[in-house]
Design a protein around this ligand. Structure first.
Ligand SMILES: C[S@@+](CC[C@H](N)C(=O)[O-])C[C@H]1O[C@@H](n2cnc3c(N)ncnc32)[C@H](O)[C@@H]1O
Length: 233
């Protein structure tokens, strides 16, 4: 797509937190450990998706690679896609330490990654889709749909907001994160809502449906953290 249009959204221009910076990447896992156990989350998602040894997965916004490594331990191949070379380097180190060699690392993103191989079984994206404005989320979802086999799965987890009590719920989340991780997490969360692109759940529902997905399960925790399990129609 990037070869065809000159006005493509520049997804390599990081908004909000700059994950192209090695210092930012180096502290990512420790900072996130204050409010989530990414390894356990990944295992739970893989269990829920029921992925196994023949399955091929694409992880968009793979970050430090925790999900990709867990997926690689039970799947055939994982494509870890990220716009940050520093993140990919960190993920490669993690894969090497875990002794997995079935992860293909790709410098690219939702709008620029070109999937060469056969259609895949599953696309996963966690805390990364909010880097795109909504119009481009729609384009990205169509692209993901084309990368999937018929009946293939999409898992998405991100800041996805219910309209009712939105401001109050966001304020409560920021307070909760401040208690868990002090100033760093508070500033991180505030910057997220100020500068990045959270989406109302009713918009996400429409974008998913128009891109050819059926939402099989949806949960918006505390009105602000969305988890979607979808299937390609
Ligand atoms: C908050 S981190 C999430 C990492 C990991 N998925 C997790 O759950 O911990 C967001 C990641 O998305 C990447 N990213 C930002 N914009 C992207 C895009 N347009 N396409 C793919 N990855 C992107 C960033 O470089 C960063 O590694």
């Amino acid at each position: 797509m990037n070869n065809r249009i000159t006005w493509l959204y520049n997804e390599f221009n990081q908004v909000g937190k700059d994950y192209s910076m090695p210092d930012e990447v180096a502290q990512y896992d420790a900072r996130h450990a204050d409010f989530r156990d990414v390894e356990q989350e990944s295992i739970a998602v893989l269990d829920a998706l029921g992925l196994g040894k023949n399955d091929v997965v694409i992880d968009f916004g793979s970050g430090t690679g925790t999900f990709a490594v867990q997926a690689a331990l039970r799947c055939a191949t994982v494509h870890a896609v990220d716009v940050s070379q520093a993140m990919l380097d960190n993920a490669k180190d993690k894969a090497e330490q875990a002794g997995v060699s079935n992860i293909a690392f790709h410098l690219g993103g939702f709008l620029t990654y070109e999937h060469d191989g056969p259609a895949v079984d599953c696309v996963v994206t966690t805390f990364a889709f909010h880097h795109l404005p909504d119009f481009w989320k729609g384009i990205a979802l169509h692209r993901m749909n084309h990368m999937l086999k018929p009946g293939g799965r999409l898992f998405m987890h991100d800041a996805i907001i219910e309209e009712n009590q939105a401001i109050e719920n966001i304020a409560a989340l920021i307070e909760k994160l401040a208690s868990a991780g002090g100033n760093f997490l508070q500033e991180d969360a505030e910057a997220h809502f100020r500068e990045e692109f959270s989406t109302y759940d009713w918009i996400m529902d429409g974008l998913l449906s128009r891109a050819g997905f059926v939402v099989e399960s949806k949960n918006i925790q505390d009105g602000v953290l969305g988890t979607y399990y979808c299937r390609k129609q």
